[in-house]
Design a protein around this ligand. Structure first.
Ligand code: BGC
Length: 376
């Protein structure tokens, strides 16, 4: 009798403990249906940290849909470009918040060679392949797993990219885990493995506006970017191979400068990029690679990465045709991107850090977006 009693007590406590745990997970990560795409369910995941701040993710393109953080007076606003519904997300700008792969940024003429074999990828940006091709990883439904053993709200998205998808060799198993810490950091942990030699360059393409998405442009955002050099581009945005020092040019952000201060200078690369749209070669000497401070709200974004490059893009192609969250219009230069990763067109530049991933190797990389406020 006593044994039965003890056993039932143990059973009851196991049930209570597991119920508590699932309530805890539920509070931190809420999973709602957002839509369906190609027969697969698309979710909107709401992650709330202990500071009470919210980010939203979707497994369609493993995108960041919403980042709601306070300004210096405690007023919260969403500071990333995105859409309220799945239908708008599907029809709208492809890259808002997306994980971009298998090869982020451009591949010249959609062509590269591995072990003497020439591979062709689809041309979706003039003569080049951009962001893994039109059906790259930004456009697929990833599998969703709410990470249970995490101290912070955390979601892992996984995707199996088949051999020769968008022309790239090898079946790649990709994952991105987003963790929203209590310190208002989005930690993005990426992994990739392949069954055959391939190339990988993975990034996140979130657009930020620290005034709040849709509230004016980003020209007053003050940027500090720890990079001594960048890779100049040609007329179709492919690196020429030159490594140019930033010192004495409008590309030098080693000390803080508002984006708008020099963006219209008569400088060849600003003309070719229609503003800043360039890969910086990170010095990787300090913990924080990029700081963005917006003086009106006091909001600050810091970017930390283990990657060698950072595409600094000032929304030069935003043109007011996209209507985002809350019906807000995303005008010219109303968002900026900081895309950590490898240099554009690396497979065609032997002297750039390699983007080759061999069978049996695991690509592991981490980038962090950290949000805070500064009151002066
Ligand atoms: C590129 C831009 C491109 C944009 C598309 C950026 O990564 O550098 O040139 O227009 O992506 O959203």
């Amino acid at each position: 009798m006593k044994r039965i009693l003890l056993l039932s007590l143990a059973l009851v406590s196991v049930i209570i403990i597991s119920c508590n745990q699932s309530t805890k997970t539920k509070e931190m990560v809420k999973k709602d249906v957002f839509g369906t795409h190609n027969g697969k369910e698309v979710y909107l995941l709401t992650l709330t940290n202990k500071a009470g701040n919210v980010i939203r993710l979707t497994n369609f393109g493993a995108k960041i849909n919403w980042i709601e953080v306070p300004d210096k007076n405690g007023k919260k606003d969403n500071i990333t470009l995105g859409y309220d519904s799945f239908e708008e997300t599907l029809k709208g700008d492809k890259y808002f918040g997306a994980v971009v792969g298998r090869f982020a940024n451009r591949i010249a003429n959609g062509k590269f060679t591995l072990d003497g074999v020439v591979y062709h990828t689809p041309l979706n940006d003039g003569p080049n392949t951009l962001h893994g091709g039109p059906l790259g990883w930004h456009s697929v439904v990833w599998n969703t797993e709410v990470v249970k053993d995490s101290k912070f709200p955390s979601v892992k998205f996984t995707y199996v990219s088949p051999d020769m998808e968008e022309g790239f060799p090898g079946k790649v198993d990709a994952s991105v885990t987003y963790t929203w810490t209590d310190n208002n950091e989005i930690v993005m942990d990426y992994t990739c493995t392949t069954d055959k030699k391939t190339i990988v360059n993975i990034t996140n393409h979130a657009y930020f506006n620290l005034h709040g998405a849709g509230n004016g442009d980003i020209l007053d955002h003050v940027v500090t970017l720890k990079a001594s050099a960048f890779t100049p581009v040609d007329s179709v945005m492919i690196p020429t191979g030159e490594i140019r020092q930033v010192a004495g040019t409008p590309f030098d952000f080693n000390t803080p400068h508002p984006i708008g201060e020099r963006i219209n200078d008569k400088y060849d690369q600003l003309k070719l990029g229609k503003g800043y749209d360039h890969n910086y070669i990170l010095d990787n000497k300090e913990e924080v690679d990029v700081t963005v401070y917006e003086p009106v709200s006091g909001r600050m974004l810091e970017v930390l990465t283990d990657q060698p490059g950072m595409q600094f893009y000032t929304g030069n192609f935003l043109d007011g045709t996209q209507i985002g969250h809350g019906g807000k219009v995303y005008k010219y230069r109303s968002g900026m991107c900081l895309e950590s990763g490898h240099y554009p067109d690396s497979p065609n530049h032997a002297d750039f850090p390699t983007t080759v991933l061999n069978a049996g190797e695991t690509l592991k990389s981490t980038t962090i977006y950290r949000f805070s406020v500064k009151s002066n």
